[in-house]
Design a protein around this ligand. Sequence first.
Ligand SMILES: [Fe+2]
Ligand SMILES: [Fe+2]
Length: 225
Amino acid sequence: MINQETKDLIEKIKSDMQFEMSEKRFKHSISVMEMCLKLAKCHNLDENEAALAGLTHDIAKEIPDEIAYKMLDEEGLQLDEIEKKTHSLIHQKVGAIVVKNKYGLSENIQKAIMYHTCTSPDMNDLGKVLFLADKIADGREGDYPLIEEYRETAKRNLDEAIIMILDNNIKYLIDKEKTIHPNAVLTRNKLIEDRSNWFFVAQTFVAQTFVAQTSGLRKVCGRSA
Ligand SMILES: [Fe+2]
Ligand SMILES: [Fe+2]
């Protein structure tokens, strides 16, 4: 449930954004906010943070480069080599600065915005929701042929949906002979490792339960192991 304070802040940010960005990007921001809210509800996460992260995630995308670089400089933030060469990646870190300085949004939101394009193995659940919402929101149908599959998976399991998207993005970048940000590979590896650990824990649990039940059955039947 979104509280009144967040509702007021959302209205304030929306009215600022309408003047500061193109209509297309504004609409995309609203769609991502709505998808963030849906995913937050599915996964029992804070809806206030999810809505604000979704709404503001591209807030810096239309800031001119010279201003963006000045802001990064003032905050002591560095771009990595790939971010420097890939224009579309600059707005992540600058967006995190804008939401902190202009609206005082939480560190959790800043971090989610900072990694919403190239991901990070340290992404928290809010970061995962934002990354996914940006890809599966209304209006993205033309960009992702498998969007319905992504949407269904994201409702059930955030990590599985991110693995699917990263796999397909990485394959696409290889086919196009384009650079892959190392974070995409590191994030994928981390999620795959986490999944293996879960399988191991689940298998162990099932095996232990089976042994316990079998030994109980033996006792009931008057037989020893
Ligand atoms: Fe973005
Ligand atoms: Fe976006």
